[in-house]
Design a protein around this ligand. Sequence first.
Ligand SMILES: [Fe+2]
Length: 566
Amino acid sequence: MLKRIATYRIITIITCTLSFLNALVYFSMRCIWSGIGKTLNNPMIPDLLLIVFVGVALATWLFAWLRWEKILMVVMLIITIALDVGLFFIIKLGASDYLHFIFREFVDALIYSLIIMAIFWVIFYYSTSKLAQMRVVRSLLMAIIILGTLAFALGLGINKLDLYPTVYAVEDEYQIIFTTTTDATVWIEVGEDTYYDLYAGSQKSESKVHKVSLPMSALDEAKAYTIHIQQILMRGPYGGYKGREKSYDFNFRPVDTSDGFDYYSISDIHGKRDAAIHVGSYLKDKLDVLFILGDVSSFLEKKVDIELIGRVAYGITKGEIPVVYARGNHETKGVLADQLYRYVGSKNEKFYFTFRLGPIWGVVLDGGEDHLDDWWEYYGLAHFEKYRDEQTEFLEAIIANKNEEYQAPGVQFKIALCHFAIPYVHRSGFLADIKANWTELLNEIDIDVHYCGHEHELIPIIPGTFTPNTPLVYSNPLYTTKKSTNEGHFTDAKFPSFVVSKHDDDQDIVNSQSQLDGKMTGVASHVDADFTELTVRFTNRYHEEIKIVDPFGPTNYGTEIAILLN
Ligand SMILES: [Fe+2]
């Protein structure tokens, strides 16, 4: 076949290769197609471009096959180069944050294309090639096919921990979540007790993802746990074969507020695992609990995207301290989005719940997507309005049941977590009613503090420094901005909130943030042992404390914001 290719003109070979790669690159950019449509104000454009890229590639290959190689191939080369330039601008203008997704899709598409080409070659050319005459090659090919099929059919492989554990806090239980390299059954020993990953009474074994729930009190007391994993080689109806059992020991440190309560909040990691682990490790051994506030991954297209949440959590906590996770709007996107609840702390497959960690009580809310349900990018599959209403009822039920919730004996500090900033309504007015409503309910609960992300900015929202329901204007001279003078409004929140998401080294918005260079921020909080004062410090990738101002007012806080608690 190579000899046959060599008979083509070089310009034909280049045009065929380039047009094919262009089509693959454009196909791999699916995650930003809607952005192209939005920018050019026509949702049809991405589909038309797909037709153009695939059409040009097919036409080029057809002309090459027909040996129409002269002027026509020069024309096709010019068109192909023009499309190259187009691709370059699309990537430069709107795809830089999603490059790793595009590259990953491109590699996949290239591998599948090469496999198809190899099959084509085997069917049409292999039998006449010299390789087919060689006994060694034939035997090797056969051995690979048989062994590959057997390993795939029986799910064979080396079983070990893949994603190391994270201890998620949900209500009064810990959900210990990890994955194994092969399907396996698992159990966890805590002190004298054993806890399993069960389905209706029997141990699950046909999954690589494992969630074992156990009472907080058991692990808080034992301060250690052992994970056991075992592959079930054959799970027959009346007999089976098991693989070797392996075990892994972990220490655990429950929340201890005798030296004060120290916790770290991080949000909008968007795939930057190492930067997030580094930034989130600011408090080192003092860390009592980690809050992850969503958008860890930009889309949940592959297992690796969901597992990133656990990898960041384990990277910071080593499975030794509790983590609370709030879902981000980006984690509603992607083909695996409906599997997320198996990989993180969740309640009834949903992402709103309360949690109790010693004297700390908290509520986690999930705002869903960041446009109305009928927004065209959701193609009719979004029903978050109902989901948010469900959470209004959930907050009302908490208030009705306050003596068992936030007014239960021993509760000293109350936290609300949500990917969206509950007291911050954008100028579009999106979620204005629900945010006003939730604010009122959180006021009623008398929340001490709220943490959120999503905005990709660092904003302290402190009651007494703003007039509720009044247009916000970026007015602090230290906060340079090109934004409009109406940035929406704050609700009538009686509790302080901290927006903790920005890919930068400082707060000023004029420094363009980029997700490519490892810039990341988060928030370290400390409550003193008698729960009279909360101090909040925004920190960056150098573990420096960032100077913070009120973007909408004259206050310059310095590197520490102190809040007196009731
Ligand atoms: Fe977000």
